[in-house]
Design a protein around this ligand. Structure first.
Ligand SMILES: Cc1cc2nc3c(=O)[nH]c(=O)nc-3n(C[C@H](O)[C@H](O)[C@H](O)COP(=O)(O)O)c2cc1C
Length: 325
């Protein structure tokens, strides 16, 4: 029987230091979450990479595969939606409810210009009426279980503050704030001063997100924002799979590279089962390595070899234990 962990609002016991895995499309997918949790200390919960709303009254099961609790879900999961049509949002949320979910998250932070142009992702923050309609539909479908992930703004880090009265007018479960503007994409420094000015305006529990790469990063943020107890980590965990145990202080020092190696082989094998054909498996592994390379002192050299691999045999030779030191 598959191990099922749905994130249930009624089981919510968020005290100090709730660590949530950020959604990274193509990286923090179900297989990654599961295999990571088998080899390393897992985050307390995860938000799934976004699932786009679609027209029609039926959602194809393939679209729900990443969040399907009938398949293994090793980390308590909150499914995430991206879209701009409240009717389509309701349809997708009902499909999540049919699977047993009581919580879901709305992506209002995706920074890609073509997404924003269509008033999706961070584009929702710009269109106040549409944003309100989406929050209303979400909160009606999932009373007290609906949350939203936002940025500080689109061009300037002031839009979120302007939207806070609207956000506060809905009974949201939490608000995750990526401390950048959409214009910054995922680069440049996080705007901690703007975050510091904005988050106290939010009456819902706030989740801080952005550039938590080490236990020390989190310590610094906790010292600066003592009122925050929820932390969302994305690339930091893809770069250093030991990060949660580093933060919890349970890592063996030094990190056991054999464990990392075992994880990589198990992940590859699980991807071979999940995906169709070696090219997709290789693509998935390269996606992870685009972050994991930064874990290794000689990571760039390793990455240059991995990038050009064309077969899984070539890949396995490139990441053998002797080479990954
Ligand atoms: C490759 C990639 C895919 C992402 N996919 C999503 C997504 O599906 N939904 C979402 O809300 N954010 C997504 N994000 C944003 C992350 O969840 C997170 O906000 C961002 O990476 C900053 O946090 P970090 O510095 O801890 O990685 C993505 C980011 C990256 C780099």
């Amino acid at each position: 029987m598959a191990r099922v962990k749905l994130y249930k609002r009624m089981h919510e016991q968020i005290t100090a230091d709730d660590l949530c895995l950020a959604p990274l499309r193509g990286v923090t997918v179900r297989t990654f979450r599961n295999i990571h949790a088998k080899f390393f200390r897992a985050p307390d919960r995860a938000v799934s990479p976004f699932i786009a709303t679609v027209s029609g009254i039926k959602i194809k099961p393939i679209l729900l595969q990443d969040v399907n609790p009938a398949l293994e879900q090793g980390v308590p999961l909150i499914p995430q939606v991206i879209g701009k049509d409240p009717v389509q949002l309701r349809t997708l949320l009902r499909a999540f409810k049919d699977l047993g979910y009581t919580c879901a998250d709305l992506n209002a932070g995706c920074p890609w210009p073509f997404i924003i142009k269509k008033s999706r992702g961070a584009g929702l923050m710009r269109d106040e009426r549409l944003f309100a309609a989406m929050l209303e539909a979400g909160c009606e479908e999932m009373p007290e279980g609906f949350s939203v992930k936002v940025r500080l703004g689109i061009d300037k880090p002031t839009l979120l503050a302007e939207r806070m009265p609207l956000i506060n007018s809905f009974p949201l479960r939490e608000v995750a704030i990526h401390a950048r503007t959409a214009k910054q994409m995922y680069e440049g420094t996080v705007l901690l001063d703007a975050f510091e000015q904005t988050y106290p305006l939010c009456k819902h529990p706030v989740v801080y997100n952005g550039d938590i790469r080490t236990a020390e990063d989190l310590q610094r943020l906790k010292a600066r924002f003592p009122a925050i107890t929820r932390w969302m980590i994305g690339r930091g965990l893809a770069t250093n799979p030991f990060l949660i145990e580093d933060i919890r202080g349970t890592t063996q020092t030094p990190h056991a590279l054999e464990r990392l190696h075992g994880f990589l082989e198990a992940y590859l094998q699980a991807c071979e089962v999940e995906l169709h054909g070696p090219a997709s498996v290789l693509g998935r592994m390269k996606e992870l390595w685009s972050y994991l390379k930064d874990y290794f002192p000689e990571g760039e050299k390793l990455w240059n070899q991995i990038k050009i691999c064309r077969t899984l045999d070539e890949y396995r030779r490139s990441v053998s234990l002797e080479k990954c030191q």
